[in-house]
Design a protein around this ligand. Structure first.
Ligand code: FNR
Length: 210
């Protein structure tokens, strides 16, 4: 299984990039293949419908879409800006959502965050769920938010706190188990829609696709 791990910050010393690296290491330990990236690897202007009509999506959005399509699962490590999603990340989601088939649809997705605050960026993740779930991503119910992130990492990049290390590992492992089952057992895909009160041929399903 291939897992795309995306850090939602381009900052050199980003705590979310550090958290994304820990997630990537845990994914590798589980035997899956990791593709690790930062949002700044995918340069794109602010979404503009006229620019899209004239030139199509920018190269950065097309590249991000390809990396997304190549993976069976997605992990986003996102900062919280003003209790919400950083604009650069939402802008990338908006551009990528314009491709057909729509690449977030059915994508098993785990959200994690890190912040110097006591909340750990958790409100930003709740905001990030909204567009992703709207697009049909299967956003894992559990999330991981690292509080006091500026003091949480040791010299080797690991978390000081053994309890948090264990919680992160358990969250990633549980998510991967579900993502793998969903990838291998197609009957689970139907179960998701039944769980959502939907049927695979119902219009709401097509809406997520379109
Ligand atoms: C922040 N930061 C922040 N932190 C937080 O916990 N809640 C918030 O609402 C905000 N709001 C916010 C807005 C803006 C515009 C900036 C630049 C920053 C602080 C943020 O969590 C901190 O800068 C992190 O270090 C950003 O993540 P990276 O870049 O280290 O991954």
């Amino acid at each position: 299984m291939r897992v795309f791990v995306l850090a939602g910050s381009s900052r050199e010393d980003s705590v979310n990039t550090r958290l994304a690296s820990l997630v990537a290491a845990q994914v590798e330990r589980s035997g899956a293949v990791v593709d690790l990236a930062r949002i700044g690897d995918f340069a794109m202007p602010s979404y503009d419908g006229d620019a899209e009509a004239a030139d199509g999506p920018p190269v950065g959005a097309a590249t991000l879409r390809e990396r997304l399509l190549a993976a069976q699962a997605l992990v986003i490590a996102s900062p919280e800006y003003n209790a919400s999603v950083p604009g650069v990340l939402k802008n990338a989601v908006d551009w990528v959502s314009r491709f057909r088939p729509q690449p977030f649809k059915d994508k098993q997705t785990l959200l994690v965050s890190a912040s110097p605050s006591m909340i750990g960026g958790n409100r930003g993740l709740w905001a990030l769920r909204v567009p992703l779930e709207h697009l049909g991503a299967r956003v894992y119910p559990d999330m991981f938010s690292l509080a006091s992130a500026h003091t949480a990492f040791g010299d080797q990049g690991d978390l000081h706190d053994a309890g948090l290390r264990e919680r992160l590992a358990n969250t990633v492992d549980s998510f991967l188990a579900l993502a793998e089952a969903d990838t291998r057992y197609l009957c689970l895909q139907r179960r998701w829609y039944e769980f959502l009160g939907d049927e695979s041929s119902a219009p709401v399903t097509q809406r997520a696709e379109g």
